[in-house]
Design a binder for this molecule. Structure first.
Ligand code: PMP
Length: 399
């Protein structure tokens, strides 16, 4: 018999499954709000001009394709560090930050998780309730038990910070706490700077291992303000992990460009930690691909291209904001009495709308509008042509 005879079908990824259903839908007015991708006002994934320019230069130069260092090139890793920690960071100057290129934010989380399993094998990992659905699977596949800490409060459509903090203060020392650095996925509800300060305090008091996941730097208020959590942890003297991604901020989803950064207590620790992380990478995919990282490094290390990118990033951020206010206005205009102004307060690409499973089903069945069953919608999938239609449909299902 075949060795595969008894293999069971694995459960479908809920969001990719939604895409398949959307693609199969024959209606012309259909809208896919389920995705986690930024679309421009024409409904297209943008190829940024800064990226195009850097790619043309690479194509022109036709560089050879030797192996990269296991940790990726210094030009890329240094540029990542400057974005996350600030270019004047004392941690960088002291050699306390280890950064390795990774296959997107997901790859950074996986390398970090695999390394943590060697470092603190008995730890439990805590993720927010709810969290990006891959967080649990990633840390479980690295061998950790994964539990939740309280986060989202449906009644206020914000964070239940008192419960979150109380939970952090009870965790066993050495527990790993995964924190969304900004633009919380899936809720859009972020912590304030003061609350971040309290989270840092709780991590210090309990001896927790913070793991910041930064997938959307620049999508809330800007590159620097969105790094507030990283900066507060940097100033704390604690050791922590940061996974970061250029999928969204550079619109380079399929190139898989991200990084894992680890803050240690000294340059000497950094050298030893890097040697161990390199072992994890070496036995996994050996070394990272060239193209995406080279493009990002070329943009970030050129004053001219960097300015171009910052302007384009601001354009994406502003368009998402405009869709947030636009949706609230259109809902009002469609006669919705319920207060949806929380959509304007939420940050990043997503909003937990509070729509029920039945309402989400009705949006799909009656209007061809696809949202995640939790009520999560992607604001970056709205545009000037579909926003009125979506608002009218939501108005119909909440009446
Ligand atoms: N973390 C969070 C919170 C995310 O939302 C995402 C992307 N959806 C990632 C990590 C992974 O990003 P990437 O596509 O770069 O792997």
């Amino acid at each position: 018999a075949s060795i595969f005879a008894a293999v069971e079908m694995a459960p479908r990824d809920p969001i990719l499954g939604l895409n398949e259903a959307f693609n199969a839908d024959g209606r012309t007015e259909k809208v896919n709000l389920g995705v986690g991708v930024y679309y421009d006002d024409n409904g297209k994934i943008p190829l940024l001009a800064a990226v195009k320019t850097a790619e043309k230069a690479r194509l022109e130069a036709m560089p050879p394709r030797g192996y990269q260092p296991i940790e990726g090139p210094a030009a890329y890793n240094t540029a990542v560090q400057n974005l996350l920690f600030g270019k004047d960071s004392a941690l960088i100057a002291n050699g306390q930050v280890v950064t390795v290129q990774a296959l997107g934010g997901t790859g950074a989380l996986k390398v970090g998780a695999d390394y943590l399993k060697r470092l603190v094998p008995g730890a439990t990992v805590y993720i927010s309730d709810p969290s990006w659905e891959n967080h649990r699977a990633l840390f479980e596949s690295a061998g950790f038990p994964v539990e939740n800490y309280p986060y989202y409060e449906p009644s206020t459509r914000g964070v239940n910070f008192a419960s979150m903090k109380a939970k952090l203060e009870q965790l066993a020392p050495g527990s790993v706490v995964v924190l969304h650095a900004c633009c919380h996925n899936p809720t859009g509800a972020d912590l304030s700077e003061a609350q971040w300060g309290e989270v840092v305090g709780a991590c210090r008091e309990r001896g927790l291992v913070p793991f910041l996941d930064m997938a959307y730097q620049g999508f809330a208020d800007g590159i620097e303000p969105d790094a507030v959590a990283v900066r507060l942890f940097s100033a704390s003297g604690l050791q922590f992990f940061v996974s970061s991604s250029f999928s969204k901020s550079f619109s380079l989803y399929g190139e898989r460009v991200g990084a894992l950064s680890i803050v240690t207590a000294s340059k000497d620790e950094s050298a030893r930690v890097l040697s161990q992380v390199k072992r994890v990478i070496r036995t996994n995919y050996s070394n990272p691909p060239i193209h995406g990282g080279a493009v990002v490094a070329a943009v970030l290390n050129s004053a001219e291209l960097r300015q171009m990118w910052e302007d384009e990033l601001a354009g994406m951020r502003d368009r998402i904001r405009a869709m947030r206010t636009g949706l609230v206005e259109n809902l009002k205009a469609a006669g919705v009495a319920q207060d949806f102004s929380f959509v304007i307060q939420q940050r990043g690409m997503f909003s937990y709308t509070g729509l029920s499973v039945a309402q989400v089903d009705q949006l799909r069945n009656d209007f061809g509008i696809y949202a995640v069953s939790t009520g999560r919608i992607c604001l970056a999938a709205l545009n000037s042509r579909n926003i009125g239609y979506v608002a009218k449909a939501i108005a119909a299902v909440v009446k």
